[in-house]
Design a protein around this ligand. Structure first.
Ligand code: ZN
Length: 656
């Protein structure tokens, strides 16, 4: 483990809180120390209150902040005096603790202070750093965990047996620290949980964390338990229908659509095929706060029914021992280990699924090292249950409020690099869907830089490439719920008598054949959409009202329209809805340059503005208007509508 302290960088962080920000970020940068919101840090600062009173304030990490990106605003300022009084109490319930922490803040807009706030307050050091270092949890999740820790550190650390985080842990730490800390003490190891370091300045506290963790890593190395070795395997390429089937079943078990992503890393693949995977994977997580993300156990194989039965038994066995009444969370697994499908990670969004993936990659390393040290042994099911069902932990998942309507769903948009397709991607992302955008133009890979968007360059007239797109979609997101058929060609005016075979075929290939191929290839996935599949066809006003000079275009769109109607009849029993939009005069696309617009307007003796609004409602139609309607067609408003054809043209006399 490298010490990332850099004098030049550190200089830019002036002041005690800024220094706290700097070293917190250093901890956050190393994923083997903290992961996704794990760990917490604090600093005690003496300040003058508005009435001129000098008081000591604990700035402690606010709930919901990640150490790697934390700012000064991410630290909650809590008055030390009431915290130290609280620490003397015999008992304090969670609601009482939350209330006391909140009412002891000096800033109304501060985030909620960490659940480990009182613990930070009781440690008599200015700077306190806490991580869930992989090396520490690997060593302490073994039978002889405590003995190993004592051998490594001697009197450098105080050892704390496992107690659930919160008030009880704070009390136990304060008690043991008071009796066991000596002049050599620079840290505290919490068995099965993590490690604390502390000092009177930010650098020293950070240095101590790195030193302590390095000692643990060196110990593992000396015990031949550091380097991970597994029989190497070649990555499998699972059947995409099998992937979508699993996602379908998992979503039903979860009671909501879920994103399921395949972890294709070497370590994940090797672990799936590890000869002892059954025993190794069925112990529990490396540190208890992972349980709200990963559930206690991964599912082995694809039998959802037996997993959820097992989960229900775990609930009914442990809920009666809980402090208050609990209701069962959804019983769906978040990690699936299957020899054919590989290692799959599930979450309500791809961000959640990636968090699960990152956590489990570290968990695999922890498990294998602990195993090499004498056998991986996670906390008891009851301890993990208490953590999984702890309201203060579950509250972390509920941050951010209600999720948008297409959360957990996956859409594919063709012709996504510009115009209506691009706008459809934006509208679907805004509604919470994960989106795959495909286009011939390689700009499609860059239109969004976010985990829920996947841009793929693809010639839609190549069925083989479409199949690859669907495979990538299933590997990345688990399946497909919505298909927006938008890619199309609109060649310039050419009358039938002069229309070349080649030009006719080119238009048919893109506007008709490609959509047929993609519909056919997508059907098995759409059929497995947990909320029912949806297809939106971007048609054209030319379907009900064709124009001269656009024979190939009008014919291709009309044929596509008929194809959609047949699909509505054939696929309705599979709960797949297919609806068409017929836009007209959408001018904010790449096709319509200023020059072309000018020329067309002039041709009709109109200004550009008049030309754009040349419809019954005298309104301009934008790509966004079409995209928003396309997205709504996939939503609950149209849940009982299929085979509809909706004009979006401002009213066209020939169509009316
Ligand atoms: Zn912790």
């Amino acid at each position: 483990m490298k010490n990332l302290w850099n004098d030049k960088e550190a200089e830019q962080f002036k002041g005690e809180l800024a220094q706290r920000v700097y070293t917190s970020r250093l901890l956050g940068r190393d994923s083997s120390l903290v992961l996704h919101g794990g760990g917490n840090t604090s600093v005690k600062i003496t300040e003058t209150s508005i009435t001129g009173r000098s008081e000591e304030i604990l700035y402690v990490k606010g709930s919901g902040w990640d150490l790697v990106t934390i700012e000064e605003a991410g630290f909650a300022p809590v008055k030390m005096a009431p915290l130290l009084e609280l620490a003397k109490l015999e008992t304090l319930t969670d609601p009482q603790m939350v209330n006391e922490l909140k009412t002891s803040l000096t800033l109304a807009t501060a985030p909620s202070p960490s659940v480990e706030t009182i613990l930070h307050a009781t440690l008599p050091y200015k700077y306190v750093d806490h991580t869930h270092a992989d090396a520490i949890v690997a060593i302490t999740n073994t039978d002889q965990g405590e003995a190993h820790i004592k051998k490594i550190y001697g009197d450098q650390v105080v050892v704390i047996p496992y107690v659930m985080p919160g008030f009880d842990l704070a009390r136990l730490c304060a008690k043991l620290f008071a009796t066991e800390a000596g002049s050599n003490t620079i840290g505290m190891v919490l068995l099965n949980h993590g490690i604390f370091s502390f000092a009177d300045n930010a650098k020293a506290s950070y240095d101590r964390m790195i030193t302590l963790v390095n000692q643990a890593e060196a110990y593992l190395a000396a015990q031949d338990a550091w380097t991970i070795s597994m029989p190497s395997t070649t990555p499998s390429s699972p059947d995409l229908v099998a992937l979508a089937t699993l996602r379908h079943d998992l979503s039903l078990a979860a009671g909501k659509a879920m994103i399921v992503t395949r972890d294709t890393s070497q370590i994940a693949n090797d672990f799936v095929h590890h000869p002892d995977v059954t025993q190794l994977s069925q112990q529990g997580p490396a540190t208890p706060d992972h349980v709200i993300r990963t559930k206690r156990l991964p599912m082995l194989g694809t039998q959802l029914g037996s997993y959820t039965d097992h989960y229900a038994r775990y609930f009914s066995e442990h809920a009666p021992q809980a402090k208050d009444k609990k209701s069962m969370l959804d019983p769906a697994p978040r990690i699936v280990i299957d020899p054919d499908l590989g290692l799959l990670c599930a979450g309500q969004s791809i961000k959640d699924a990636f968090i699960v993936r990152d956590i489990y990659q570290h968990t695999i390393e922890v498990i294998l090292r602990a195993n090499a040290l004498g056998g991986y042994q996670a906390l008891s099911a009851q301890n993990l249950f208490d953590m999984e069902y702890w309201d203060l932990e579950q509250a972390k998942l509920k941050k951010g409020g209600t999720r948008p309507p297409f959360t957990g769903e996956v859409a594919l948009v063709t012709g996504a690099a510009s115009g209506i397709g691009h706008a459809c991607v934006t509208s679907l992302l805004a509604r919470g869907a994960a989106v795959v955008g495909i286009d011939l133009d390689n700009k499609v890979t860059q239109i969004h830089d976010r985990p829920d968007y996947l841009g793929i360059v693809c010639d839609v007239t190549q069925p083989k490439l479409l199949q690859q797109v669907l495979t990538a979609t299933a590997n990345h997101f688990g399946g497909l719920d919505m298909l927006v058929l938008n890619a199309g060609l609109f060649p310039g005016g050419c009358r039938i008598e002069t229309l070349a075979d080649e030009d006719w075929r080119k238009v048919m290939a893109v506007n008709l054949d490609a959509n047929f191929s993609l519909m056919r290839a997508s059907y098995p996935l759409l059929k497995l959409a947990p909320n029912g599949g949806r297809v939106v066809v971007i048609g054209s006003k030319n379907v009900p009202a064709p124009g001269p000079g656009a024979a190939a275009y009008s014919a291709s769109k009309a044929a596509l329209n008929q194809l959609a109607r047949v699909a509505a009849l054939e696929w309705g029993a599979d709960h797949i809805r297919i609806n068409s939009l017929h836009p007209n005069a959408v001018f904010d696309t790449a096709l319509w340059t200023d020059d072309v617009l000018q020329a067309r307007a002039q041709h009709y003796g109109l200004t550009v503005d008049q030309y754009k609004r040349n419809n019954v409602l005298q309104t301009e139609i934008t790509s966004r208007d079409v995209a928003e309607l396309a997205a709504e067609l996939c939503g609950v408003l149209f849940a009982k509508t299929t085979a509809a054809q909706i004009p979006i043209d401002g009213g066209n006399e020939r169509v009316i």
